[in-house]
Design a binder for this molecule. Structure first.
Ligand code: HEC
Ligand code: HEC
Ligand code: HEC
Ligand code: HEC
Length: 132
C-alpha cells in the first residue's frame, strides 16, 4: 500500500514537471518587444499578446530558422526558437527590407494585420501603446 502511494506521488511530481516543461516551450504569454541590436533613437516598445496569437495561428506563421546556406528554414516542431533580431540585424547580411527587427516585424506583424482587413489592427498604437 505504502509503495503504491510513493509511486503515485512520484508520478504526480514527474508528470507535472513534464507538463510544465512542454508548456514553457510556448514562450511567455505576454511579451514586451524592444529592439536592442539596431534600436531607433526613440524606443518604441510593443506589447505583444503571444498566447492570444497562439490560439488561432500556427508557430510557423511567425517562427522559422536559417540554414547553413543563409536561406530560410521553415518552422518544424521542437525547433530551437531564437530572437528575431539574432538574425534580423544589420550585421547579419539579410536582404533589404528584412535587415532589422523593426523591418522584419513590420513585415510579419503588419503584413498579417493588413490582410485581416481590420483597420484597427494596422494602427501604430495597436502595437505601440501610447504612454499614459
Ligand atoms: C502589428 C504590430 C505593429 C504595428 C501596427 C506597428 N509596429 Fe512598429 N514595430 C513592431 C514591432 C514588433 C517592432 C520591433 C520591436 C520594437 O523595437 O518595438 C516595431 C518597431 C518599430 C520601430 C523601431 C523601434 C526601436 O526601438 O528601434 C519604430 C520606429 C516603429 N516600429 C514605428 C511604427 C510606426 C510609426 C507605426 C505606425 C505607422 C508602427 N510602428 C506600427 C510592431 C508594429
Ligand atoms: C504571431 C506571431 C507568433 C506566433 C503565432 C507564435 N510566436 Fe512565439 N514568438 C513570437 C515573437 C515575436 C517572439 C519574440 C521574439 C523576440 O524576442 O525576438 C516569440 C517568442 C517565442 C519564444 C521565446 C523565445 C526566446 O528565446 O525569447 C518561444 C519559446 C516561442 N515564441 C514559441 C512559440 C511556439 C511554440 C508557437 C506555436 C505554438 C509560437 N511561439 C507562436 C511570435 C509568435
Ligand atoms: C535563425 C535566423 C532567423 C530568425 C531567428 C528569424 N528569422 Fe526571419 N528570416 C530569416 C531568413 C534566413 C529569412 C530569409 C531571407 C531571404 O529571403 O533571403 C527570413 C525571412 C523573414 C521574413 C520574410 C519572409 C517571410 O516569411 O515573409 C520575415 C517577415 C521574417 N523573416 C520575420 C521574422 C520574425 C518576425 C522573426 C521572429 C519571430 C524572425 N523572422 C526570426 C532568418 C531568421
Ligand atoms: C498571421 C497573422 C498575424 C500575425 C503574423 C500577427 N498578428 Fe497580431 N493579430 C492577428 C489577429 C487576427 C488579431 C485580432 C485578434 C482578435 O481580435 O481576436 C491580432 C491582434 C493583435 C493585437 C491586439 C490584441 C488585442 O487584444 O486586441 C496586437 C497588439 C497584436 N496583434 C500584435 C502583433 C505583433 C506585435 C505581431 C508580430 C510580432 C503580430 N501581432 C503578428 C493576427 C496576426
Amino acid at each position: 500500500m505504502k509503495k503504491v502511494l510513493v509511486y503515485g506521488v512520484a508520478c504526480a511530481f514527474l508528470c507535472t514537471t513534464v507538463l510544465i516543461a512542454v508548456a514553457s516551450d510556448k514562450g511567455p504569454a505576454e511579451m514586451t518587444l524592444q529592439s536592442t541590436v539596431d534600436p531607433a533613437k526613440k524606443p518604441k516598445p510593443v506589447l505583444f499578446p503571444h498566447a492570444k496569437h497562439q490560439e488561432t495561428l500556427t508557430c510557423a506563421d511567425c517562427h522559422h530558422s536559417k540554414g547553413d546556406d543563409g536561406k530560410l528554414v521553415a518552422y518544424a516542431e521542437g525547433m530551437k526558437i531564437e530572437k528575431c533580431e539574432s538574425c534580423h540585424n544589420k550585421a547579419a547580411g539579410m536582404p533589404k527590407g528584412l535587415e532589422t527587427f523593426k523591418k522584419a516585424a513590420h513585415k510579419n506583424c503588419k503584413g498579417c494585420h493588413k490582410e485581416t482587413g481590420k483597420k484597427e489592427l494596422t494602427k501604430c498604437a495597436t502595437c505601440h501603446p501610447k504612454k499614459k
